[in-house]
Design a binder for this molecule. Structure first.
Ligand SMILES: Nc1ncnc2c1ncn2[C@@H]1O[C@H](COP(=O)(O)OP(=O)(O)OP(=O)(O)O)[C@@H](O)[C@H]1O
Length: 274
């Protein structure tokens, strides 16, 4: 392991991911190339980049769900081998089990870990309250709104108290108001526990308003970081209000200056791939 990876909650070191090309199975496609991404304990880092550039690929590598073609992953200084057990995930698609009530969804991970039923129930109810769903524990996912289901998903992830939280566009399916409420809730929960967060998003406003640091990825193939920005905005933040802060506007212009061309490249690639 590289000494430089020490002291980080999650360190992706010189990661390259090559896949069999979807168009021509004999050809190879290098989605991510020589990418290093490190997240300190308690740090909130967002990764932005054009569509299809390799954001989810990197997150999957950090989760231990995808083995990189080369490079190494360390978790609190230890080489990751298999699934990242110190991480909790929240993906764009919902991971709720439709046949389980909200409470049973929230406590699923605890039950899986052998936590006694009564204790799991008590902790589950506490978490439902924390995400504003006290009293909704017996509802099934189809009886909840999209925003409520996301809250259940967030409680389901956070109840396990992971040291690292990996989020892949968790709120992108929500309307803007619900989305901002959820972003603020996530920030409150994060501020209380200060876990390391790797947050993947398309949305630069979302990235800036929530993060300590924003990493910009290039368009593929061979995606790699092309810019990194410390977000020196005051906390606590309200994600809607912070957008009118002069420093937010400044940071947005700076980052967009780097991201814009890559987004155009990514868009062109999508058009030619159709
Ligand atoms: N298992 C796989 N096999 C072949 N190609 C893959 C595989 N997984 C990802 N890719 C390709 O790697 C590239 C990066 O994909 P990835 O899903 O990581 O991008 P992304 O930035 O998360 O995309 P989006 O912004 O659309 O969510 C894409 O071109 C994708 O088609």
């Amino acid at each position: 392991m590289q000494a430089s990876a020490q002291g980080y909650a999650l360190a992706l070191e010189n990661i390259t991911c090559t896949f069999a090309s979807r168009e021509n199975r004999a050809a190879r496609y290098t989605a991510v190339k020589d990418t290093t991404l490190r997240i300190a304990p308690g740090e909130f880092v967002s990764v932005v980049g054009p569509t299809g550039c390799g954001k989810s690929t990197l997150l999957n590598v950090g989760a231990g769900l995808l083995q990189p073609s080369s490079g190494a992953v360390t978790v609190f200084g230890e080489k990751l081998d298999g699934i990242n057990k110190r991480a909790g995930y929240m993906f764009q698609a919902e991971a709720l089990m439709p046949w389980r009530s909200a409470l049973d969804n929230v406590t699923a991970g605890l039950s899986f870990r052998g936590v006694p039923k009564d204790e799991a129930r008590e902790r589950g109810e506490e978490w439902l309250k924390r995400v504003g769903l006290g009293g909704f524990g017996d509802r099934y996912p189809h009886q909840l709104s999209g925003g409520m289901r996301k809250r259940v998903g967030m409680a389901q992830t956070l109840i396990l108290d992971p040291d690292i939280i990996l989020m892949d566009e968790p709120f992108s399916a929500l309307d803007i108001q619900t989305r901002q409420l959820m972003e603020n809730e996530l920030l409150d929960l994060w501020a209380a526990k200060r876990k390391a967060v790797l947050f993947i998003t398309h949305d630069l406003d979302e990235a800036i308003s929530m993060s300590d640091r924003v990493v910009v990825l290039s368009a593929g193939p061979g995606t790699h970081p092309i810019g990194e920005f410390a977000i020196d905005l005051p906390r606590p933040r309200d994600v809607a209000e912070i957008r009118s802060h002069p420093r937010f506007v400044e940071l947005h212009a700076q980052i967009w200056g780097v991201l814009r061309e890559e987004v155009l490249k990514g868009y062109q690639q999508q058009l030619t791939a159709v």
